[in-house]
Every structure is written in structure tokens, then in C-alpha cells.
Write a protein that binds this ligand. Structure first.
Ligand code: FE
Length: 202
């Protein structure tokens, strides 16, 4: 059967064009049918946006900087290492950690949609979900990094990791110089969300 999008009676034509409006319409319908509780939805979003945010990821990075054994474990089996810190759950079932060095800079994208390690970084920023970032991060990663103001050391390779529904990536940024005396909390405060996506240096 042909799939005619111009049919005025076709349900597609009833959908508002703006994704935000579509989401709102879906939420209203589901709530009206008693399938979801809007207050529960708000609580989930608030948790990921404000309570988790990128702070869990920053704590993981700070620990990797301070403890070589933990760093090795994180690089070998990130899912287990971050679970041991109490960070696990939806959208973070299979974690892979990749480490920035002077020789390699890692950068994360989801070319298909917006897969992202929620338990470590919270909810992805709007640009992470944009068509432009998803397409350009793979095609011209250095140009995208330049747009973010990232200037890599001479000869540094760029490695782009494409997230999937199965695997989510955490970038371990290069530890800034002169941070040897800092405690875990002070080190974690240096770690930015974009640093852990690979679109910023620290
Ligand atoms: Fe995705």
C-alpha cells in the first residue's frame, strides 16, 4: 500500500510540526488516558537535569585521575567501575570510557539520535541532539572542535565515537597541569560536561 502523507485524513497530518509541540501533545494524550503521571515525568526530568547533571561523571573522572588502579578498571570495564561508585541505570547500562592524551583526542556523538550516558552526565545538551552536530561530528570533527574553540596540540589525532542504544561513552579529559595537590571534590569541580563529551578541553 502506498503511504500517502498528503492525505488530509491521515493521522500524520494532525501532528504539529514542532517537535516540542508534538511531545506536549503526546504527553497530554497519555496523561488524559491515565497512562502516565505528569508529576512523575517532571520529577524524572528534574532529577537528570539538576540532581545528576554532569556531576557524577566529574566524580568518576576525578577519581580516575587520582587512582591509577581505578583508571585502569574504568578503561577496562567502565560499566563495572562506575556502578561501583553507585552510578548506573537507564541509558547507562553499557559504558565505555575513553581517555584523552596528547596523542589522541576523543569526541562522542550519536549519529542516529541522541544516545548519551544519563547516569553520568544527565540529559544531553540541545546541540548534541542537533542534526548539524550529529552529521558534522563524523564528517569534519576538527571543524566542529574549532567551532567549540578547541585547539588540539600539534599532531593530536581525533577519534569520534558513535553512541548507540547499547553503548554510551565517557571521555576522560587530560588532567590539567598543577592539580596534584587538589582533593577529589576540587578536581571534580574542574571537569566540565563538554569536556566529558570531548567538545572542550579543561
Ligand atoms: Fe541515539
Amino acid at each position: 500500500m502506498p503511504h500517502d502523507h498528503s492525505d488530509p485524513d491521515h493521522p500524520h497530518s494532525l501532528l504539529p510540526p514542532d517537535p516540542a509541540l508534538r511531545v506536549k501533545a503526546l504527553e497530554t494524550l497519555l496523561a488524559a488516558k491515565g497512562l502516565i503521571d505528569p508529576a512523575a515525568l517532571d520529577a524524572i526530568i528534574d532529577t537528570y537535569q539538576h540532581k545528576i547533571g554532569p556531576r557524577n561523571g566529574a566524580a568518576v573522572v576525578a577519581r580516575a585521575w587520582a587512582e591509577p588502579d581505578f583508571r585502569d578498571w574504568l578503561l577496562r570495564d567502565a560499566t563495572a567501575a562506575v556502578s561501583a561508585m553507585g552510578f548506573y541505570g537507564r541509558q547507562g547500562e553499557h559504558m565505555v570510557a575513553v581517555e584523552n592524551t596528547h596523542a589522541v583526542h576523543n569526541m562522542v556523538v550519536c549519529t542516529l539520535c541522541s544516545c548519551y550516558p544519563w547516569p553520568l552526565l544527565g540529559i544531553p545538551p540541545a546541540w548534541y541532539k542537533s542534526d548539524a552536530y550529529r552529521a558534522r561530528a563524523v564528517r569534519e570533527p576538527r571543524a566542529v572542535l574549532a567551532d567549540f574553540g578547541v585547539v588540539l596540540p600539534e599532531g593530536c589525532a581525533v577519534r569520534v565515537w558513535d553512541s548507540t542504544a547499547e553503548v554510551r561513552y565517557l571521555v576522560i579529559p587530560d588532567r590539567p597541569a598543577g592539580t596534584e595537590g587538589l582533593d577529589a571534590e576540587a578536581m571534580a569541580a574542574l571537569v566540565t560536561r563538554d569536556g566529558m563529551i570531548g567538545t572542550a578541553l579543561l
